[in-house]
Design a protein around this ligand. Structure first.
Ligand code: 13P
Length: 258
């Protein structure tokens, strides 16, 4: 089987400015060279146009951080999938834990957002993950399966077109990373769940997110079902993000020689 390329996505969250973005992307392009993996940055909506033009023709794809579950209309403050497409958006995060936690997003709402993205030709990166309390209560698998099941239920016919990101909430921004074994265990569960829904489950990139950094990326990316990373804090530092991209590229190269 040919090894699919790893996918490294930076999630800038609510950070950046016109000046910061331009400097970061310039330093990133200089630092990463020609990566042997796919790379994207998920930027705040007001910067889509700026980043679209800065990354045009290069190796970095454009991603958004959220999308409305509605197509158009009286939804003040929302951004539609069609609007994202107008700016060349390739991916959009849906159901990030910060949206679930601070904006009351439900599994059904996240599934509807994935549907809108797919209908617009944008790949949804569906985020799932358990809180610390849920992990300690032994509910990790039940929680991620419930979150993914809603998306499969609403999008069964094109479920092989999505990306899934496993982001344990307790590992986000805490410096506390899941061990490669902990992450792989959950990724295997997600892969099996996808395999029950589509014969193309192998095509679905499963990303790990949660304090991924230059020091731990290589080890995480060697796990069988970890196909890439969703990187928060470290994606705001060109040197760190470049090193994560290099780790994903090296992993690709070593898999190809096996
Ligand atoms: P950190 O890498 O800062 O932990 O953030 C992870 C994340 O939430 C990416 O979406």
């Amino acid at each position: 089987m040919t090894q699919k390329k790893k996918l490294i996505v930076g999630n800038w969250k609510m950070n950046g400015s016109l000046q910061f973005n331009a400097q970061l992307l310039q330093a990133l392009c200089d630092g990463m060279g020609q990566p042997d993996c796919a790379v994207a940055v998920a930027v705040p909506a007001p910067y889509l146009a700026q980043v679209q033009s800065l990354v045009a023709g290069g190796a970095i794809a454009l991603a958004a951080q959220d999308v409305s579950q509605h197509e158009a209309g009286a939804f003040t403050g929302e951004v539609s999938a069609g609007m994202l497409r107008d700016f060349g958006t390739r991916y959009v995060l849906v159901g990030h834990s910060e949206r679930r936690q601070y904006h009351g997003e439900t599994d059904a709402g996240v599934a509807a957002k994935a549907q809108r993205a797919l209908a617009a030709g944008i790949t949804p990166i569906v985020c799932v993950g358990e809180t610390l309390a849920e992990r300690e209560a032994g509910q990790t698998q039940a929680v991620v399966k419930r979150q993914l099941a809603a998306v499969i239920h609403a999008n069964g016919h094109c479920i092989s077109e999505i990306v899934v990101a496993y982001e344990p909430v307790w590992a986000i921004g805490t410096g506390r990373t899941a061990t490669p074994e902990q992450a792989q265990e959950v990724h295997a569960v997600l892969r099996a769940q996808l395999a029950a829904a589509t014969e193309h489950a192998d095509r679905v990139p499963l990303l790990y997110g949660g304090s991924m950094n230059a020091a731990n990326a290589a080890q995480l990316l060697t796990q069988q079902d970890i196909d890439g990373g969703l990187v928060g804090g470290a994606s705001l530092k060109a040197a760190d993000f470049s090193q994560i991209i290099a780790a994903a590229s090296a992993n690709q190269a070593s898999a190809a020689t096996k």
